[in-house]
Design a protein around this ligand. Structure first.
Ligand code: ZN
Length: 288
């Protein structure tokens, strides 16, 4: 075999709108206090832990919403309906600003701990609360902790959802056999692994330097652009709403914008693009 001296540039995985080379979806999981409460309801009396979670909807969301508006990009906020009930005006402001809200459980329940009947009830309740509070039709879902059950895709279609943003088997969207669009994520593009820390309960690690995280995320963006992929960033306002991380995001998004190669979209715009023409996807799985 002879080495090729040219850079490796495989066929792009997808055809994106307006001749763009890749898609970029900036998403926020506004878990607030449900991060703690879904782990153990007794944590409700751990006021410092609860207050760290509360920082997300209280300070992180307004600041991050200001950032995405300032940069002129669409985004999707997945919000447990318990948090929507605690922060109805925050939820309505996100929608009024032109951003999408998506379902994310009621109390951020781990789906694997629920029976199918319980999962169905939680999904119905969470969609109802989001829709009644914000006056919108919910189209997307991200599973709390990113983990779904075998019956989840059918349940989402039964509740008229267009897409799920929870799986990790690809780096471009795909269609489930029931027509549900999947927008895959990955742990590399998650802020929890970089920034989360709480001593008790023990969450995360020593928070990382923003310059290191910029490099991590920028390098993945640059390669995903070369390979025609879909860059889905998953951010938690209690982590990414802290000042130096807002600056990190501003730098990252501006640098992505300056390439002119990225289609910035929210979840439903992305899912509709996939639905409209599944032929935009280029299969590379040898056994597909
Ligand atoms: Zn979450």
């Amino acid at each position: 075999m002879t080495p090729n001296p040219e850079p490796y540039s495989p066929e792009p995985r997808f055809t994106w709108p307006d001749g763009k080379k890749c898609a970029v979806m900036i998403s926020f999981d506004v878990d607030g206090e449900t991060t703690a409460l879904s782990e153990d309801p007794a944590l409700a009396t751990h006021l410092t832990t609860m207050s760290q979670c509360e920082y997300g909807p209280k300070v992180g969301v307004p600041r991050l919403l200001g950032l995405v508006d300032h940069l002129g990009i669409p985004s999707t906020f997945f919000i447990p309906s318990f948090i929507v009930q605690q922060h109805p005006e925050m939820t309505r402001t996100i929608v009024k600003s032109g951003h999408e809200i998506g379902a994310h459980g009621h109390l951020h329940e781990k789906l694997s701990t629920l029976s199918s009947e319980e999962e169905k009830a939680v999904l119905a309740k969470s969609i109802d609360i989001l829709e009644e509070t914000a006056g919108v039709t919910v189209q997307g879902f991200r599973a709390p902790w990113f983990e779904i059950n075998p019956g989840t895709p059918d349940l989402l279609v039964e509740h008229n959802l267009l897409y799920n943003a929870s799986m990790m088997s690809d780096d471009v969207p795909f269609l489930h056999s029931n027509g549900l669009v999947e927008i895959p994520g990955q742990w590399l593009l998650e802020d929890w692994e970089q920034f989360a820390f709480n001593p008790d309960p023990a969450w995360g690690f020593i928070p990382e330097d923003c310059d290191k995280v910029y490099q991590l995320w920028w390098q993945e963006f640059a390669a995903m652009r070369d390979f025609g992929c879909c860059f889905v960033l998953t951010l938690h306002p209690w982590l990414s709403g802290r000042p130096s991380r807002v600056r990190l995001l501003e730098r990252l998004i501006r640098d992505i914008q300056s390439t002119g190669d990225a289609w910035f979209c929210n979840g439903s715009e992305l899912a509709n693009w996939v639905k409209q023409d599944p032929g935009n996807r280029r299969e590379i799985d040898f056994d597909a």
